[in-house]
Design a protein around this ligand. Structure first.
Ligand code: DON
Length: 570
């Protein structure tokens, strides 16, 4: 007994010594609990480790969530060239520590020269890839203006201090991960083809994990942004470079387009799910409305009793998704150009009526429009980051170039990639875009109009307090991934990391199928669903959710294991 106690106390002192001298993160890693560390003060979850570190440093310096978001946005433009950007756009949902909320729309806009038939040939057919991999595929970028607006309204630290980390990362370089090396290698042929005579992001031979990526031109562009703010991008040398690039490649974006670009503060879309308040993005995202429609559609059913990814749960969700994506194709577009019937779409009686055609006997067929083909279906390169600061202010931002590396065309001399967001417009009614989404008049191309988006940055409150900050990339699967993550936590009691890592399934009306990640549904469930007429297909990763949950103990992060996503807190 005595020797046992001696042994025990020896072990105890050894453990204390160990805990004292070994950094906490190391201990947590060794004890295998680093996947669910609770942080008391603040947290950053984003898609690249170096960018997460930049955000955390800003929080620790006393910056608030918006300061950290600006720094993360720019750091991701360096470290995650697939999606992080200054040549694209995005959406921010903000909730202050006292519960006021706001959203910022920094989505790209159609250039003044854009027109409804710009991707059609003389016979009226869509010209393949024209809205994707040409200079004409780019909308007028909104990210820099968005960050300037967000900072001037809510920021605390000096602008220059938020841009500087991006300059340092671009100039000094950073180690590339296996994923980034693979993405760069995979796209190198297209980079060469679309950027003859240029070298940015290209090298002799293959990129390897651990290579250092230096982007001197991008560092210079960021110096302009650091020193001149908005004018550093929309006027002066960078604007000249962008317009010259457009002229060389027969693109449309002009000096006037750049000067006229302004992001817009919009009233959030707010709804309820079983007492949780959902604060999310209004049009020109379809995400917020669709998310609330989905939540309302399933609210009165006993999901918890049916269980996570069980056949009744899946059937109900798929039927809700079918109806919601059908609405999206007709009614959703840029509210500055098209009157989106927000209230009607969210009216409880309307949702109930929509769901009344759902029958347990068989799947409802989606037959009204030709099914889409899915070019680039596997790509998931938009990016989302969630941030909470020491005071409890929260930021949820999803930002994108659209496809992985956008149009794959970069601005000569300025070292950044251009978006191919124009593909999110409906090039022709009923013809699917790269995500298989169809649209019509509401989302037709017009000069100065914003293309419809699925991006769904969202903040959830419980009892008037911050509960969750959530969002994801994934094209059309964004809405369903955000929806499933929320449901996984609220209904199926998953913690944040589990919910983010959970295997997902997705259905979007057209094509009439249920796309599933490997392992999302067990074989008995698949057989049951098939027997009721559901077409089950397999696909690669669905979404890359980065989220934060506020629990009694503190902040719990969920960094999606499908990528290099990283959660850091303090
Ligand atoms: O705004 C949208 O909905 C799309 N441009 C997002 C693209 C995306 O998530 C890329 N990943 N698949």
């Amino acid at each position: 007994m005595h020797s046992l106690n001696v042994k025990k106390s020896r072990y105890l002192s050894l453990l204390l010594l160990f805990l004292f001298f070994v950094p906490v993160s190391c201990v947590q890693k060794r004890l295998g609990i680093n996947n669910n560390i609770i942080y008391r003060n603040g947290m950053v979850v984003c898609a690249y480790p170096d960018a997460a570190q930049v955000g955390l440093d800003i929080l620790k310096k006393g910056g608030n969530a918006v300061d950290a978001a600006v720094a993360v946005q720019f750091a991701l433009a360096v470290t995650l060239p697939e999606a992080g950007n200054i040549g694209g756009g995005g959406f921010m949902v903000y909730r202050s520590k006292t519960g006021e909320s706001n959203t910022l729309d920094f989505r790209e806009k159609g250039p003044a020269e854009a027109n409804v038939n710009m991707y059609l040939d003389s016979a009226g057919n869509v010209i393949p890839n024209m809205s994707l991999y040409t200079h004409k595929a780019s909308g007028v970028p909104g990210s820099v203006d968005g960050m300037v607006q967000a900072h001037s309204k809510y920021g605390k630290l000096k602008w220059a201090d938020l841009v500087q980390p991006a300059i340092d990362l671009a100039r000094n370089g950073f180690k590339i991960t296996k994923h980034l090396a693979a993405d760069l290698n995979h796209t190198s042929g297209q980079f060469k083809k679309l950027n003859p005579g240029k070298t940015y992001l290209m090298k002799e031979g293959e990129w390897q994990e651990g290579d250092i990526l230096i982007q001197e031109d991008l560092a210079k562009t960021f110096e302009q942004i650091r020193d001149k703010g908005r004018d550093g991008f929309y006027n002066g040398v960078v604007a000249d470079q962008l317009v010259a690039e457009m002229k060389n490649g027969d693109g449309l974006i002009s000096k006037a387009d750049l000067q006229n670009y302004h992001s817009v503060w919009r009233k959030p879309i707010i709804g309820n799910y079983k007492g949780y308040k959902i604060i999310t993005m209004p049009p020109p995202s379809s995400g917020g409305i669709a998310l609330l429609q989905l939540l309302q559609s399933v609210e009165r059913y006993p999901l918890k009793r049916w269980g996570y990814n069980q056949d009744s749960t899946v059937r109900l969700i798929v039927e809700a998704e079918r109806r919601v994506y059908a609405d999206r194709s007709k009614y959703l577009g840029d509210p500055d150009f098209y009157k989106v019937p927000v209230d009607s779409l969210l009216r409880p009686a309307y949702i109930t009526a929509r769901m009344s055609s759902f029958s347990w006997d068989a799947a409802t067929p989606s037959t009204s429009i030709q099914p889409g083909t899915f070019i680039g279906y596997e790509s998931d390169q938009t990016t989302h980051y969630s941030i909470v600061d020491g005071d409890g202010n929260a930021v949820s931002i999803t930002t994108t170039l659209n496809d992985t590396f956008g149009s794959r065309i970069f601005v000569q001399g300025a070292g950044f990639l251009l978006n191919n967001e124009m593909d999110d417009f409906s090039s022709k009614p009923g013809i699917p875009n790269m995500y298989g989404l169809v649209g019509g008049k509401a989302n037709s191309i017009q000069p100065g109009k914003r293309m419809l988006s699925c991006m769904t940055p969202t903040i959830v409150e419980k009892n008037g307090k911050l509960f969750m900050v959530v969002g994801t990339p994934g094209g059309s699967t964004i809405i369903t991934s955000v929806f499933q993550t929320i449901i996984d936590v609220i209904e199926f009691d998953q913690n944040m990391q589990q919910a983010v890592a959970s295997k997902r399934f997705h259905s979007q009306w057209l094509p009439d199928e249920v796309a599933t990640e490997a392992g999302a549904l067990d074989s008995a469930t698949v057989i049951k669903l098939q027997s009721k007429g559901y077409k089950i297909t397999g696909r690669g990763g669905i979404g890359r959710v980065d989220a934060i949950l506020k629990t009694k103990q503190g902040y719990e992060g969920g960094a999606d294991p499908r990528g290099d996503d990283t959660k850091l807190g303090y």
